[in-house]
Design a protein around this ligand. Structure first.
Ligand code: GH3
Ligand code: MG
Length: 312
């Protein structure tokens, strides 16, 4: 997960927050008559059947799955191993797993929960009970997705909040080669805009500008709101020339985008930005961002509506 605020993360954000969209359930059982029974019980959902653990793991990489119903005893990979694999991978660890099994001894049940299972249903199924348990897990998943969204996004613009930005940026900084650029962005004369057109128009400007920036940044970028009308980006560009081209493109896109005021008129904003490269003498993410920030200060001093690359 990455750019832009609006991208998916391990909660599958952006996929199925809307409860009206049919959820996709992966049903894994080596017995085909069990699968047929489950298809009948779960007819209101998109159900993908799978008859082996190996096949289920392959399917889960390709499909967007909201819930897994998982048999334990299967030839080849058993359900416990499948669950363990899912819980060990960041992309799949948040998908709830309900075990469906003939095993009803306490040890098996305990092991299922220890491995990260969300629920445990014994065969033979009671259709209404199984359906109710499925609904509970899907509902819980929706709530957790929403909470995760609220905890990581800026409520006005939908881009990453400061805390999530730093969490992702620390990881990106640690893993990146020298080809890593920090860009600090600040809207020009934003106070004036608020004073003249009102705070609500200011909010619309913030949303419009951040959307334009999100849509222009390379896919792998991280973009967050630092506070007020200041934003930070971490991006990979290939070289300094390309990095500065991206900064100029952002400026151009922002100044071209019309902002509708409460009074019905259309206005335009500009941004200033400062860029720094990890290749310089930055020793940490903080120092890289500070360098970008001092370049931003120069861009403001130099007359605004411009981007300055930090002199190394
Ligand atoms: P400069 O070009 O030097 O950056 O000037 P500026 O006016 O943009 O900067 P200044 O720091 O003086 O003012 C920033 C303004 O941004 C003041 C504050 O009220 C406004 N602001 C901060 N957060 C929000 C917000 O969420 N919504 C709105 N509408 N305004 C905000
Ligand atoms: Mg400003």
């Amino acid at each position: 997960m990455t750019k832009k605020s609006l991208q998916e993360d391990s909660w599958g954000m952006g996929k199925k927050m809307n409860e009206d969209i049919a959820k996709t359930i992966l049903v894994v059982d080596d017995n085909e008559s069990n699968i047929d029974m489950l298809l009948a019980i779960l007819k209101e959902y998109d159900v993908i059947p799978s008859t082996s653990g190996e096949d289920a793991l392959a399917l889960i990489k390709e499909e967007s799955i909201d819930l897994v119903l998982l048999d334990i005893l299967m030839p080849g990979m058993d359900g416990y191993t499948v669950c363990q694999r899912l819980k060990n991978q960041p992309e799949t660890q948040n998908i709830p797993v309900i075990f469906i099994t003939a095993k009803s001894d306490e040890e098996s049940i305990e092991k299922a929960y220890d491995l990260g299972g969300a629920d445990y249903v014994t065969k033979p199924f009671k259709p209404k009970e199984l359906l109710a348990r499925v609904k509970v897990q899907l509902k819980l998943q929706d709530v957790l997705r929403e909470l995760n969204f609220l905890a990581t996004r800026d409520s006005l613009t939908g881009i990453y909040n400061r805390r999530k930005f730093f969490q992702l940026a620390e990881q990106m900084y640690a893993e990146a080669s020298d080809d890593l650029y920090a860009l600090m962005i600040d809207i020009d004369h934003f106070k004036r805009l608020n004073d003249k057109y009102g705070h609500h128009t200011g909010d619309i400007a913030l949303k419009t500008i951040t959307t334009a920036i999100s849509q222009t940044l390379p896919e792998s970028s991280i973009f967050g709101r630092m506070g007020g009308e200041e934003f930070a980006v971490l991006l990979k560009a290939g070289d300094e020339t390309r990095a500065m081209e991206i900064a100029s493109l952002l400026q151009q896109k922002v100044c071209e985008i019309p902002i509708n005021t409460d009074g019905g008129s259309t206005i335009y904003c500009t941004i200033s930005s400062g860029m720094a490269c990890k290749k310089g003498d930055s020793t940490s993410l903080d120092s890289l961002l500070r360098q970008a920030d001092s370049a931003l200060y120069k861009a403001k001093e130099g007359g605004r509506n411009r981007s300055i690359f930090r002199d190394v």
